[in-house]
Ligand binder design. Sequence first.
Ligand code: ATP
Ligand code: MG
Length: 521
Amino acid sequence: MKEYWTSLASLLGVLAFFQSLLHVLFPPELRFAALKLFNRIFSTFSSYCYFDITEIDGVNTNELYNAVQLYLSSSLSISGSRLSLTRALNSSAITFGLTNNDSIFDTFNGVTVHWEHVVTQRQAQTFSWRPLPEEKRGFTLRIKKKDKSLVLDSYLDYIMEKANDIRRRNQDRLLYTNSRGGSLDSRGHPWESVPFKHPSTFETLALDPLKKEEIMEDLKDFANGQGFYQKTGRAWKRGYLLYGPPGTGKSSMIAAMANFLGYDIYDLELTEVHTNSELRKLLMKTISKSIIVIEDIDCSINLSNRKKINNNNGGSMGRSYYESELRSGGGGAGGGGAGGGEDGGNSITLSGLLNFTDGLWSCCGSERIFVFTTNHIEKLDPALLRSGRMDMHIYMSYCSFPALKILLKNYLGVEESDLEDGVLKELEQVIDGAEMTPADVSEVLIKNRRDKNRAVRELVGILKEKAERKVKNGNGIRENNNLNDFEEEEQEKRALESPKEGSDYEQENCKKGEDDEEKIK
Ligand SMILES: Nc1ncnc2c1ncn2[C@@H]1O[C@H](COP(=O)(O)OP(=O)(O)OP(=O)(O)O)[C@@H](O)[C@H]1O
Ligand SMILES: [Mg+2]
């Protein structure tokens, strides 16, 4: 012990000597340059190299910083003696972290590396485009120079992969919203998030089992399809359009999809997005393995009838979709859009939205699912529906007999075999004609769930009454149960509304071509 103190004292003595030498030999203005030089000489002869991973890289959040934090938290929980513990609002998981300026050793492929969590106070800002956090945080990785290639080749990739795994396994999945409009938080994020805890699964979803199977297979193929998408040169993304009457389970289906794949959800509120470029920025800030949802797309923004509305207004407001696009600098590529304002300040265009799902920007990141929902498919522009854009159109129907059996099992614990043949037959006969949504059926079952027999009796009564009323109104039970009133009406309306030559969008694009030719002449 005595020897230890003696060597420490001599080391301090040497340091003090060098400091006074620095003061004697160099005038104050050269001292900083001299220190830098010593530093360089020192690092040349040192056997270590250092990597700084700062939390904020310029203006963007550094994904690697978050990944390192998560990765280290898994080993810290067992080894650390002083740790910072955090629990996000509403989250069920506690996260371990290195305290400020603390350090830890890690081993990878037999190589030991050293991590330090460096936290310093940020100097008072005179001007900044957005508020920055008061603390500057980062990790410094120290590694032997001879092992440098190992870090660059595989250690960092390993950390990213491990962090993603941990995030999926341990952390709650997140539900993001852009309800703050275009404003960013102090870390530059346009999205706000809460832990996502919706209990809907494919098991609880009342849907035709065959349809359910088909959707689950499709999702599985998508999630395991990295190689396929790579091979075929397609962006690794998929679009689903869920349409049908209110209360048929569209939102429940989205939750079931997210729970099935373990993906986060981005619930995009289109009415809060003001320009195409804002839409693109939101897209850029989403992570892989996520579902981007636009609910009630027909109500969110007037996409299909934009031209008609403008033309009806006449005068300067009578600009066509194409002209407004040109003015906003958007063009067919759906860019800029900053100038807009013809829609009460909201200048997202259909082409901006199509570009969001389909264009070059849509593949920043990967493994992403787009889901649009609507109660009125006939109101959507065919350009949005064409194949390849929304890969799967899923009709969420009124409660069918197979769906009813699932609801009876979920809500009452009643299996098909528990019901008398007569009751079963009765239910089967009236369910399609009654056109009741799963939401309505659920309500009847929830209300009477203490008395199963009463619940079933009441449900049969209501279904019969509804079916009879439909017959009276001239909508008898159809022989083809796969196509009910809603679906048929929607299809008829669509056929009437969409002109044979093509959609508004397509016509506008044609007009754009004609105008361009005119200009060239
Ligand atoms: N197919 C279904 N399976 C199980 N539950 C369902 C189904 N459809 C509706 N429900 C129940 O009804 C409620 C409303 O369903 P949901 O919000 O998913 O309907 P929606 O189609 O999204 O309606 P909207 O078009 O009004 O948004 C949910 O709480 C859910 O429990
Ligand atoms: Mg819904």
